[in-house]
Write a protein that binds this ligand. Structure first.
Ligand SMILES: [Fe+2]
Ligand SMILES: [Fe+2]
Length: 384
C-alpha cells in the first residue's frame, strides 16, 4: 500500500464509523448527519481519486484494505462487528459514488431496530455475501468471509473464459483448470473444514459455471471425507468441473427452453455425456477420471440411465461421486421452472436413490458430511 494512502484510509474509516454511530440518533436531514456524511464523502473522494475502486474486506474481526490487513483498533473492530452483524463480507466502492449511496452505506451498517432494512448494492456501492437464507439451511452457507467463498467467485469468471473457448471449438486451457482445482484444494486445507464446500454458490446467474464449480467442490468434499488425497483428489475435482462439458455443444435454444422438451430435444440432451467424453478424449492433459465421469455421470448405480452400456459395465468411483454432487447441486439451486429445495428434501432424495441411481456407501459418506456440517453449525451458534 502506498504510504500516502494510509492517512486517507484512516480518515475515511474514522468518518464512516462516526456517521454510523450517529445514524441512530439523528435523522438524515439533521445538521449533524449532514456534516458527518459530507466528511465521509470528502474522505472517499480523496481515497478514490485516480483509482478504479476501493475494496474493504472483513476477515472475522479484522479489515483488509488494498489487499493488506489494516491495523486493528477499537474503531476497526467496531466496523467489522457491524459488517458481521449485517452479513457483509466485503464492500466495493466505485468513484462517483453519489451522496444517496453514501447514505445507503451508512444505513446498511447502522441497520438498527428489530427489522433493519435489507442491505442493498447499488451502481457504485457493492456489498458481498449479503443474502440471508432460511435458517433451516443456514449450515450450508459459507461464512461471508470464507477464503473458499471469495476464491470460488473469482474462479467462476476464469471458468467462463475456458468454457467460451471450448464452445468456439478452440483448445481447452487445461493448465487453467488445473490451477483452479489446486486453488480449491489449497483453500480447503486453509479452511481446515472441508465441509464448507457444501455451501454451494447461488449468488451468480450463470448456472453452467456455478454448477460446474459447485460439483467440483462437492466432489472434493466427498473425496476428502473418504481420505482420498494427492493426484487422485485433484483429478476428482477436475472431473467435477468438466462433467457437463458436452452441454456446451447443445444449442442454447434447447438448454434454456422454458417449455417442456419434446422427445427429439430430450434425445439431444442425452447426447451430452458422449459428446463431452469425446471432446475430452481429444484434449491433451485431461485426466482419465474426467473423461470417464463425463461419459458416466448419468449412468446409474443399477446401470439404468444413459448412455446405454453393456451389462458388466462397472461405473467408476469418480463418476459415482459426481452423480451425487450433480443431484445435490441441482436440487439446492433454484431454476427458472422451480425454486431451490431444502436440505431435508436432498437427504430424502439421496436416501430414496440408494442402490438405484446412487452407490449406498457413497450416499452414507455424504450423509455423514451433512451431519458433521450441522454439528459444526450448532457449535458455532453456541460459541457466537
Ligand atoms: Fe450432465
Ligand atoms: Fe451436471
Amino acid at each position: 500500500m502506498a504510504p500516502e494512502r494510509q492517512p486517507l484510509i484512516a480518515a475515511f474509516l474514522h468518518h464512516l464509523t462516526a456517521a454510523v454511530a450517529n445514524a441512530g440518533l439523528y435523522s438524515r436531514e439533521h445538521v449533524q448527519m449532514r456534516r458527518l456524511v459530507g466528511a465521509v464523502a470528502d474522505a472517499l473522494a480523496q481515497l478514490l481519486e485516480g483509482t478504479e475502486e476501493f475494496l474493504l474486506l472483513r476477515l472475522d474481526n479484522e479489515l483488509v484494505i488494498d489487499g493488506l490487513p489494516w491495523k486493528r483498533s477499537l474503531q476497526t473492530e467496531r466496523l467489522a462487528a457491524l459488517m458481521s452483524r449485517r452479513g457483509i463480507g466485503r464492500i466495493r466502492i466505485a468513484p462517483s459514488i453519489t451522496p444517496e449511496e453514501i447514505h445507503g452505506l451508512i444505513e446498511a451498517l447502522a441497520g438498527r431496530g428489530l427489522n433493519p432494512p435489507p442491505v442493498r448494492s447499488s451502481t457504485h456501492l457493492r456489498f458481498g455475501r449479503v443474502e440471508v437464507r432460511r435458517r433451516s439451511d443456514a449450515f450450508l452457507d459459507l461464512p461471508p468471509d470464507s477464503p473458499l467463498a471469495e476464491l470460488s467467485r473469482g474462479e467462476i469468471s476464469r471458468l467462463m473464459e475456458i468454457y467460451s473457448a471450448v464452445k468456439r471449438r478452440q483448445k481447452m486451457n487445461v493448465v487453467g483448470l488445473n490451477e483452479m482445482v489446486s486453488h480449491f484444494i489449497a483453500a480447503f486445507s486453509q479452511e481446515a473444514d472441508p465441509f464448507l464446500a457444501l455451501a454451494p454458490l447461488r449468488a451468480l446467474d450463470e448456472y453452467t459455471f456455478t454448477h460446474a464449480t459447485n460439483v467440483a467442490l462437492l466432489n472434493l468434499a466427498q473425496a476428502v471425507a473418504l481420505g482420498i488425497e494427492g493426484q487422485a483428489l485433484h483429478d476428482i475435482g477436475i472431473a467435477g468441473l468438466l462433467h457437463d462439458v458436452g452441454k456446451l455443444f447443445i444449442p442454447d435454444s434447447i438448454l434454456n427452453k422454458k417449455e417442456p422438451l419434446d422427445e427429439l430435444e430430450w434425445g439431444i440432451i442425452r447426447q451430452h455425456p458422449l459428446q463431452g467424453a469425446r471432446y475430452l478424449l481429444n484434449s491433451p492433459g485431461v485426466p482419465r477420471a474426467a473423461v470417464v465421469s463425463a461419459f458416466e455421470h448419468h449412468l446409474r448405480y443399477d446401470r439404468q440411465g444413459y448412455p446405454a452400456v453393456r451389462n458388466q459395465w462397472a461405473q467408476n468411483l469418480c463418476s459415482q461421486l459426481t452423480a451425487i454432487s450433480d443431484l445435490v447441486d441441482s436440487m439446492l439451486t433454484p431454476r427458472p421452472y422451480r425454486s431451490a429445495q431444502s436440505v431435508r428434501e436432498v437427504v430424502k432424495a439421496l436416501k430414496a436413490n440408494v442402490g438405484g441411481s446412487l452407490h449406498p456407501q457413497l450416499v452414507n459418506n455424504f450423509l455423514r458430511i451433512l451431519v458433521q456440517a450441522k454439528k459444526r453449525d450448532a457449535e458455532n451458534t453456541r460459541s457466537a
